[in-house]
Design a protein around this ligand. Structure first.
Ligand code: PAF
Length: 281
């Protein structure tokens, strides 16, 4: 496995792979890898000859006052995990190379990015689409793999790829959970014991909502209320949103739930840690 720091070197390797007719998969990450990321690497490996994992804490997807500085980082450990998992290249560029002080070009999806997390983090998805487009240009992947936990991000990236005719397939791997149900996230490391107990209410609220749907309830408002009720049991929890949405538009439902098409989504602060989770129906 090789660790690449330079943008030019990454481009050369990617172009050579393409010239040889090798299909490359990219797993974009912000590092501090957990089992969820590793399962995405496995998915990438099943589909492609070569696997690149990018590790880059992307400053432009964090708003002012958000946790960019506090975001957990451990590049040496990440590199060791990638090596063990059979990754071919780790691409870990420096901030100043990815975004020079005069960087002035952004790419923005303008519909799906306006709802849910887009309401409370208005520049977040613009940062995600811009960095991903840049990573795609550098790594030339046939496939890029993302986790289902960030469902809105995946829908936005699929829209970007379709709207801009990018020659990349956006693939989604399932959410990986701790044995108690907590969705794996690099940010979980910030939770102390009490906060972690409350954080569990996110997955429990989703399970309660899904139970209702499994029992035949199709009224989105009823399911939303149940999810909100479970979340209200956490002293440390401040709900940002709890919705039942159409999985293609991410818009809250104004119709009956259709199993196989919709998603329950939640976002909440557990004290100062912002967590998201979702449950396909
Ligand atoms: O999901 C993430 O970790 C990030 O949003 C991504 C896709 C790596 C872009 O920085």
């Amino acid at each position: 496995m090789q660790v690449i720091r330079s943008l030019d070197e990454m481009k050369e390797i990617a172009s050579a792979l393409r010239a040889e007719g090798k299909a490359t998969a990219l797993v974009p990450t912000m590092g501090y890898l957990h089992e969820g990321h590793l399962s995405l690497i496995d998915l990438a490996r099943e589909r492609c000859d070569s696997v690149i994992v990018s590790i880059f804490v992307n400053p432009i997807q964090f708003g002012a006052g958000e946790d960019f500085e506090k975001y957990p980082r451990d590049l040496d450990r990440d590199i060791a995990c990638c090596e063990e998992r059979g990754v071919d290249w780790v691409f870990a560029p420096a901030n100043e190379d990815m975004f020079s002080p005069d960087h002035s070009t952004f790419v923005e999806e303008t519909q799906v990015a306006k709802v849910l997390c887009g309401l409370s983090r208005p520049t977040h998805f613009r940062g995600v689409t811009t960095v991903c487009l840049k990573l795609f240009s550098l790594c030339l992947p046939a496939i890029a793999v993302f986790g289902q936990k960030d469902a809105q991000q995946v829908v936005i990236l699929k829209r970007m790829a379709k709207d801009l005719c990018l020659p990349v397939e956006i693939l989604q791997g399932s959410t990986y959970r701790e044995p108690d149900g907590l969705a794996m996230s690099s940010r979980n490391v910030h939770l102390d014991e009490d906060q972690r107990k409350d954080a569990l209410l996110l997955s429990q609220s989703l399970a309660a909502g899904k139970d209702l749907v499994d029992q035949g309830i199709r009224n989105a408002d009823r399911v939303r209320a149940e999810v909100a009720h479970v979340l209200s049991g956490g002293r440390r929890i401040r709900v940002i949103y709890a919705e039942v949405v159409d999985a293609e538009t991410m818009k809250p439902l104004r119709r009956e739930i259709e199993a196989g098409r919709d998603l329950i989504v939640v976002a909440a602060w557990v004290d100062s840690v912002r967590l998201i989770d979702n449950q396909p129906l």
